[in-house]
Design a protein around this ligand. Structure first.
Ligand code: MSP
Length: 643
């Protein structure tokens, strides 16, 4: 019988670009999912987006688009980020998906029919212009915290979930299942800070906006966004739909991985909802710590976010995955600094791991023409390293089973360091000088490559691309690359190693810090620019008239090989002939987002060859704090002149 494993991340708010803090949860979940797959589990790894609510409705209004149009664009960006970070999710749920909306309606109705949801009155202090209820403690100087105007007591009809009814059952459940809330300190926090002071029934409907799942038996009411969002963990598996086979197979989830600020929703509201629905509870909710910046928590409104795309472009995806998992023990908060990141890359990845692979393969190439030798005589240093290598898998597994990613990597890198030390102990360059030591030299090469193989296999869940590159470089067969093979010494036989570029080039700390700071602060840089905008020198109208600006329609669009930043656009410029333009917008748009759109092209620009593409013109775009935005003039025919 196959073993199942169901792990989830929270579903993310598509209210802007995600930052490195968001990537933290997802990279951790991905590592566990990959690990379990390698162990032979049938894995379901769920992530997605939490798309309803007033905030999204407001943002869309600000932008002059529908909420769905607004979220569609951001969700596409989130999926791109996950693909960049090599996130191997099995399912991506959007709370705007029809099947989810239908299932949430059913869940709400079921809870209403069982009496766990009832209609009552929401009472509070109301600000009429803002259409918002506030509590006394939220007011600022007794006035509305948003607009500063008077508020008055008011009440409106709303639905409530009988959360209070479940307080005792929740505590009993926590006590009977000590593994349910992890780390354990969070359990005490839930009991002492939330349950003991008394749980109140929860208002689970809203009438002040419309962007949400409607309560289908009472028009005008929208399901509270957390009830909608938490349900995703079962609706994504088909609960409440015609085909609930995945629900039957995977529920209850093995792990809900969440940031510490939303543990409360996952360990109080969610289990109470499940109890009310008479469904099993998830086996574990793990509340991890935050990735902080020196000034506090990363947040878009504070403008102190770190963009994962920038880091991945500079150091490679696996270096970032490594840093996130290694630097901070998972349950604790930790401060992200560029300096710590670069130091980690230099010390662990460039010096230890990269060097080990580079030195060892170079020696096999130099002394044995690249083929791993068969005739060997053991050295006195072999036993320790063989024992350590064979035992590392078990230790890594123990830590991974407890979501202690940092300790798992520490354990694995002990083997890396020990293997480097083995090179110094055996001094192969000395053995190479003496023909009589040839078989010993052969043994040293074998031990090195075999240790590297084990390291690479165990590295796979954390740094999948690096693991694959190393295994390829040492010519490891499929069987020697499997998870279980990491505890078995002596599987490599007669393979050939190849040469490859260094896995992690060393970084010049000082120089890099300066550049990184600049790259990570586009918003600030732009603001500075705005404060003292330097316009170009005046030109005459005749000079401007020399620029032939035309509307053109994008007929086709594709990435340009070997040029990460370029997209090749095929345009209809009204002339009847296709026009090709290469544009440096690949980081900001996918081809799908562009095909069919109108743009403005500088039609009489001298052609130039960019990465092998002859580009005839340039399209107009603006630099903004959120990156480059192409100008899309809709409703104007291709070829129209802009003046
Ligand atoms: N939509 C809700 C979750 C609903 S789950 C049914 C939400 N979304 S979120 O986009 O704000 O956050 C998603 C996850 O990212 C959360 O687990 C949150 O803790 C995590 N992080 C956001 N910023 C973070 C850091 N700076 N550091 C670590 N994790 C952080 O909450």
């Amino acid at each position: 019988m196959s073993k199942n494993f169901y792990i989830t991340t929270p579903i993310y708010y598509p209210s802007g670009k995600l930052h490195i803090g968001h990537s933290y949860t997802t990279v951790a979940a991905d590592t566990s999912a990959r690990y379990k797959r390698m162990q032979g589990y049938d894995v379901m790894f769920l992530t997605g987006t939490d798309e309803h609510g007033q905030k999204i409705e407001d943002k869309a209004k600000e932008k002059g688009v529908t909420p769905k149009e607004y979220v569609d664009e951001i969700v596409a960006g989130i999926k791109e980020l996950w693909s960049l970070l090599n996130i191997s999710y099995d399912k991506f749920i959007r709370t705007t998906d029809d099947y989810h909306v239908d299932a949430v309606k059913k869940i709400f109705k079921k809870l209403y029919e069982s009496g766990d949801i009832y209609k009552g009155k929401y009472e509070g202090l109301y600000c009429t212009p803002c259409e918002s209820f506030w509590t006394e403690s939220q007011l600022v100087d007794g006035k509305c915290p948003d607009c500063g105007r008077e508020v008055k007591p008011a009440s409106e009809e709303a639905y409530f979930f009988k959360l209070s009814k479940y307080a005792d059952r929740l505590v009993e459940y926590y006590e009977a299942h000590p593994e349910f809330i992890q780390p354990v300190s969070r359990k005490n926090e839930m009991i002492n800070n939330f349950i003991k002071p008394g749980l109140e029934d929860l208002c689970v409907s809203r009438t002040s906006f419309t962007w949400g799942v409607p309560v289908d038996f009472d028009p005008g009411h929208i399901v509270y966004v957390w009830v909608d969002a938490l349900s995703n963990y079962i609706t994504a598996m088909g609960y409440g739909s015609e085909d609930d086979s995945n629900y039957q197979k995977f529920w209850p989830a093995d792990i809900h991985l969440v940031g510490k600020e939303i543990v409360r929703f996952h360990t109080i509201i969610w289990p109470a909802m499940l109890m009310a629905l008479d469904l099993p509870l998830p086996k574990k909710v793990y509340g991890h710590g935050w990735l902080l910046l020196e000034g506090g928590k990363m947040s878009k409104s504070k403008g102190n976010v770190v963009a994962p795309e920038v880091l991945c472009e500079r150091y490679g995806v696996d270096a970032i995955r490594y840093y996130l998992l290694r630097e901070i023990p998972f349950g604790s908060d930790g401060v992200f600094t560029n300096e710590a990141l670069i130091n980690r890359i230099n010390s662990d990845l460039a010096n230890d791991l990269g060097n080990l692979v580079a030195r060892s393969t170079a020696m096999v190439n130099k002394y044995f023409g690249g083929s791993i030798p068969k005739e060997r005589t053991a050295t006195e240093f072999d036993d320790t390293i063989i024992q350590l290598a064979e035992g590392t898998k078990q230790k890594v597994e123990q830590y991974l089973d407890n979501l202690e990613y940092s300790s798992a990597l520490t354990e694995l890198f002990k083997l890396v360091s020990r293997t480097n030390k083995y090179i110094d102990e055996t001094a192969p360059w000395t053995l190479a000088k003496n023909e009589a030591d040839k078989d010993k030299l052969a043994d040293v090469m074998y031990v090195l490559i075999e240790a590297i193989r084990i390291i690479a296999v165990l590295l796979s869940p954390f740094m999948p691309a690096t693991s694959e590159a190393i295994l390829k470089q040492i010519g490891a067969c499929e069987h020697c690359s499997k998870w279980e093979s990491a505890a078995k010494w002596g599987l490599i036989s007669g393979e050939n190693v190849t040469t490859a570029a260094p896995l992690f080039p060393r970084i010049d700390l000082e120089k890099e810090l300066a550049e990184l700071e600049a790259a990570n602060k586009p918003a600030e840089a732009l603001q500075e620019k705005a404060e003292n905008i330097a316009f170009l020198d005046e030109i005459s109208i005749d000079e401007f008239a020399k620029v032939d600006l035309r509307v053109a329609k994008i007929k086709a669009c594709e990435p340009v090989k070997k040029a990460k930043k370029l997209l090749k656009l095929t345009l209809d410029d009204g002339s009847g002939k296709d026009r090709i333009v290469a544009s440096g917008i690949a980081q900001y748009y996918t081809p799908d987002q562009l095909i069919g759109k109108n743009i403005i092209v500088v039609a009489n620009l001298k052609p130039a060859v960019l990465c092998g593409v002859e580009s005839c013109g340039m399209i107009l775009a603006a630099d903004t704090a959120d990156g480059v935005k192409v100008i899309f003039p809709e409703g104007i025919p291709a070829g129209a002149k802009i003046r």
